[in-house]
Design a protein around this ligand. Structure first.
Ligand code: MG
Length: 168
């Protein structure tokens, strides 16, 4: 029996500011600045959540976790991802693979990619070979390139548990 497959894309941007921790893909990265946000500002997990919700037809992160809700103030984005994954799983989907690009001028992320990959794999309940993290600069163009922000783009493939996931 053929499985339904669904693709989703996610995007997010957060400002880099002093006196905040830099947390990317649930992993703390040593840096003098961190990402501003209502939650912990994890731009990677936010984009992953949007990609998951998009693929499953469940809307977007702002609908699920409004930034006007005090519940989510300084929230651990890993917990938000857990909740989003629960909804996706309830619709009969499992994660096939995740491919993402982080646009950041500094710090260099190469040394942290294995830790981020394993953390994201754990959070999504997949093997690390299902996760691919790319880190890029923006050639000093725009906010990310000027080191004022970090941007993340994510593509996710979901696999449905039956062809019944298709609309009639
Ligand atoms: Mg965000």
């Amino acid at each position: 029996m053929a499985h339904t497959i669904r693709v989703g894309q996610g995007y997010d941007i957060h400002r880099l500011v002093p006196n905040r921790k830099l947390i990317l893909a649930g992993t703390e990265i040593p840096c003098v600045r961190g990402l501003l946000g209502h939650s912990d500002g994890d731009v990677v997990l936010h984009a992953v959540i949007d990609a998951l919700l998009g693929a499953a037809g469940l809307g977007d992160i702002g609908e699920l976790f409004p930034d006007t809700d005090p519940t989510f103030k300084d929230a651990d984005s890993a917990k938000l991802l857990e909740r989003a994954l629960e909804l996706v799983t309830r619709k009969g989907f499992t994660v096939g693979n995740v491919d993402l690009s982080i646009i950041v001028e500094k710090p260099k992320l190469k040394a942290y990619k294995p830790a981020m990959t394993h953390k994201l794999a754990d959070l999504l309940g997949v093997g690390p070979d299902c996760i691919n993290i790319k880190a890029k600069t923006n050639e000093r163009c725009d906010a990310a390139g000027q080191g004022e922000a970090v941007v993340c783009y994510v593509s996710v493939l979901l696999i449905g548990d039956s062809p019944a996931q298709r609309s009639k």
